[in-house]
Design a protein around this ligand. Sequence first.
Ligand code: BTN
Length: 263
Amino acid sequence: MINKILSILPGDHPWQNTLYVFDTVPSTNDLAKDMAKQGAPEGSVYLAQAQTAGRGRMGRSFYAQKDMGVYLSVVLRPNCHPEQLMHLTCAAAEAACNAVEQAAGIRPQIKWTNDLVYGSKKLGGILTEMSVSSRTGLVEWAVVGIGINCRISDFPPEIQNIATSLLCLGADTEPWRLAAHLIAALSQMRSTLFTEKAAIMAAYRQDCMTLGKQVMLLRGEEKTYGTALDIDDDGGLLVRFADGSCQTVTSGEISVRGLYGYA
Ligand code: BTN
């Protein structure tokens, strides 16, 4: 697997010597975080053929099947304040769209902020986590984890109506090939993360299917309804609520009408 991936990456790729492939791990994000705490350098990539405890946002689990998807996490050390990294998940989602398009020939859309979708189903997701030094206030490390369903055709009953894979979409792609394109796209994203922020976010708006849609915002037990109007350069979602007020949403869960069972 590692040799196949390296055969696609350019010979002088900056991350080629810090790529680690595992058979099965609980979660590549947990592994990358552990390694980051132990000093793993920027560009350390942890890729697993299977995960037994893959995690998503809001404490959800992320379904994985051995050799049927890409499950990888990369350590970044941007040495900046956390407020300067607000757009990291959006930038990673853009990198993932680019990689899927290059490897599989189809371009997913993004459900704000971190889901890759195709049609009305979820193809994958991004989980970004970081640690900030209490002494300096600077980011010590950030971990970007990406999971993409490649060849899964038999999702468990509880997600079979909301999940899809490249195979289900008629774009059968070997996980190692997509992993190689993802690594290349993520390192490209890292090198332009600050210098090309406006362009990255403009591309994100183009790919984000949430814009213009009716949305439901779930915060704790409270549900509010509105329309997604725009996304700012920090990845915040501007929503106009039913009472006419507007607010930029940066956290909480957004459901898009027509997607994942929200009718
Ligand atoms: C989500 O659906 O909210 C995000 C899913 C992110 C899943 C990936 S798979 C690789 C990495 N390891 C994890 O435990 N999660 C991410």
